[in-house]
Design a protein around this ligand. Structure first.
Ligand code: 13P
Length: 256
């Protein structure tokens, strides 16, 4: 079976103006010149998507991602952006179920499921985030939480669509805290995610799905995290805002 291609995604969250985006891309492109064999995704705020789309053109090296969308067809949903609007800008990936959306904006597994289904129907590839809080980990419930989130988000999602999705394991306690999961903790969680995927689909399907780690990924810890057998890339917040540090993380994915 071919190896899973590593995928490194930048989640800029509510950072970066259009001008910042242009500066970033100029430096980043130089820093990853000639790098191949790893998929790079940048998910800027909505306001930077048109410009980034224009600058990336038909780049095969760097793909465009969005941080969110609303699953309904175009209509009266003030403040929201539809899947079709993202497709018009050649957005390929969309982050769904990020813990900030769950915690700050009250997104439930049921809503996340609707978004996953709508993304797949529009040929947007979901980067589905799952992860436990510190309290849940301390209570020994992290595996149950991951199972519940995966079952909820993937309800009625057919095999051919889940194969194109990416799962991001992001322990909430590691996001923006500077405290990353250790490679062993992350590997343990990723293996569990793959086990649940095998139960929901088949083992062959589970083996093909890429599972990224997210939570305080930095140039210094990226290689050791990604050297684990079930860690197929990274979803990077803070360290993706600086072109050189994000490029170093991309390069870390190339190490054996
Ligand atoms: P940090 O890399 O800033 O911890 O954020 C991780 C994250 O939430 C990516 O989606």
């Amino acid at each position: 079976m071919p190896a899973r291609k590593k995928i490194i995604a930048a989640n800029w969250k509510m950072n970066m103006t259009v001008a910042d985006t242009e500066t970033f891309l100029a430096t980043f492109r130089r820093a990853v010149e000639g790098v191949s064999g790893v998929e790079i995704v940048i998910a800027p705020p909505f306001t930077s998507l048109p410009r980034l789309s224009e600058l990336l053109g038909s780049s095969q090296q760097i793909r465009l991602g969005a941080q969110n969308f609303y699953h309904e067809k175009p209509g009266a949903f003030t403040g929201e952006v539809s899947a079709l609007m993202l497709r018009e800008l050649f957005v390929r990936y969309v982050i769904i179920g990020h813990s900030e959306r769950r915690q700050i904006f009250g997104e439930t597994d049921a809503l996340i499921n609707k978004k996953v289904l709508a993304a797949c129907a529009t040929e947007l590839l979901p980067i589905l985030c799952v992860g436990e809080t510190l309290a849940e980990r301390e209570a020994g419930k992290e595996k149950d939480v991951l199972r519940t989130q995966l079952e909820g988000a993937l309800r009625s999602v057919p095999e051919e669509d889940v194969l194109d999705a990416v799962i991001a394991y992001e322990p909430v306690w590691a996001i923006g805290t500077g405290v990353n999961a250790t490679p062993e903790q992350a590997q343990d969680a990723h293996a569990h995610v793959r086990l649940v995927l095998a139960e929901l689909y088949t083992e062959a399907v589970a083996k093909k799905i890429r599972i990224q780690y997210g939570g305080s990924v930095k140039p210094e810890n990226a290689a050791s995290l990604m050297s684990q057998p079930d860690i197929d890339g990274a979803l990077v917040g803070g360290a993706s805002l600086e072109a050189r540090s994000f490029a170093q993380i991309v390069r870390a994915a190339l190490r054996p």
